[in-house]
Design a protein around this ligand. Structure first.
Ligand SMILES: *[C@@H]1O[C@H](CO)[C@@H](O)[C@H](O)[C@H]1NC(C)=O
Length: 401
């Protein structure tokens, strides 16, 4: 039984060379047994062209992304999941098959430096289980992340601890799940905070004494009260601190006591008999949109045109002219206005005909002896008279006509 320790997938590797680089890997996995396949970057690295001759002989470490899907389908089969934390980390395909059959998985690796791609084919044959595992238990490993648990050495470490707890060698890992997929929260990006991983194991052998303490009535109560419940003394087989389980999240499943699955649903009416033709329902009557068009387009347009015409009439046809104003004005008032205008014009006319130079005082400031204009003074200053020429004693020497 000891040789059964590791999941023996009858690994039949037949490397069929298609276009030189295309390899086909075959695995056989029984239903209900956990399957892991590590996409190691080194193997894909060999398929990529070296960067150039310049770097020949150096070790390459290109960032890589993987895209996995079921052949001729866009996604992976329901039971298979893929994870890769970082382009510089290996990727993992993992999951637990639920029904027998054959899945052909295509793996495309994209080199993030050169954007070259390479392909690998994985053929997973899911066989019938050779033995059943009616007793299963799920444990929560708090200080782990899924990528850290999937490498087989870590899986073995965890399994060894659980074998001691279960007190049997006949133990198989049934499922490993990221706690984030089960409603867990993304941890703070600090040391000592992890996403957490659920590990489910199964066995033919009934639960050990240690495991059965989980079913004790006091256990639930203690856990819901929020107390830090430790693994009971003598049952703590945790050898590596990061692999220790959270005792309160341990759950036992006894599949022998399961209720029979509910009967398959019966087909009701609305399902066609074989060979019958589908008669589609009538399409609804076509709708007349003309009234809607009238209301939403034509009516506002007509109102806008009417308002435009009204405005045009007011602006052009009802304009009051000068004649109309004169007609309305009192005749005497109009005459008065005209005479004022006439007199002012006459005075201006006479002033223009005098031919006498205007008085100096009306000119801008100047020096009366030299006839030069004075530099502009700051007339704001109270000590300087505004007009100097008035105080000039020689002002009477100016030529006169
Ligand atoms: C394994 O765990 C995943 C995630 O919780 C679940 O969807 C899947 O059904 C499980 N598989 C089995 C075989 O229990």
């Amino acid at each position: 039984m000891a040789g059964d320790g590791i999941w023996v997938f009858f690994l039949t590797v037949c490397v069929v060379a298609f276009h030189g680089a295309l390899a086909e890997l075959k695995f056989t996995v029984p239903v209900g047994r956990f399957f892991t396949y590590e996409l190691t970057r080194e193997t894909f690295q060999n398929d990529f062209e070296p960067l150039s001759k310049l770097y020949a002989g150096r070790l390459y470490d290109d960032p890589m992304m993987f895209k996995c899907n079921l052949q001729r389908f866009p996604d992976l089969p329901e039971w298979l999941r893929f994870t890769q934390r970082h382009p510089y980390d290996n990727g993992f395909l993992y999951g637990t098959p639920t029904s027998p059959g054959k899945s052909v998985i295509e793996i495309y690796a994209v080199n993030k430096r050169s954007y070259e791609t390479t392909r690998q084919i994985l053929v997973i044959n899911v066989s019938f289980p050779e033995k059943t595992m009616p007793y299963q238990a799920e444990f929560f490993v708090k200080l782990r992340e899924i990528e850290k648990v999937l490498p087989s050495p870590v899986q073995d470490e965890i399994k060894q601890d659980l074998q001691k707890l279960w007190d049997t060698e006949a133990l198989e890992i049934v499922n490993v799940t990221n706690a984030l997929d089960r409603g867990g929260r993304v941890p703070l990006p600090l040391a000592g905070h992890f996403e957490g991983v659920y590990v489910k194991v199964g066995s033919e052998q009934y639960f050990s004494e240690c495991l059965l303490t989980v079913l004790a009535p006091g256990h639930r109560k203690q856990c819901t009260a929020g107390a830090k419940v430790k693994v009971p003394g003598g049952c703590n087989f945790c050898s590596i601190p990061s692999n220790c389980i959270t005792w309160c999240k341990t759950e036992l499943f006894d599949l022998t006591q399961q209720e029979p699955s509910p009967p398959a649903p019966t087909a009701g009416s609305g399902i066609l008999e074989a060979g019958e033709d589908f008669d589609p329902p009538e399409s609804p009557p076509s709708r007349d949109f003309f009234p809607d068009y009238l209301v939403t387009v034509i009516v506002p347009l007509v109102i806008a045109v009417v308002l435009c015409l009204l405005l045009a009439y007011v602006m052009f046809c009802r304009r009051e002219g000068v004649e109309k104003r004169n007609m309305r004005t009192n005749q005497i008032q109009l005459h008065h206005h005209h005479t004022i205008h006439g007199d002012a014009d006459e005075l201006r006319d006479m002033a223009g005909n005098r031919g006498v130079p205007p008085p100096l005082s009306t000119l801008p400031m100047f020096n009366s002896r030299s006839g030069e204009g004075a530099p502009p003074l700051q007339s704001d200053s109270p000590t300087i008279p505004l007009i100097l020429a008035q105080h000039d004693p020689y002002s009477d020497t100016l030529p006169r006509k």
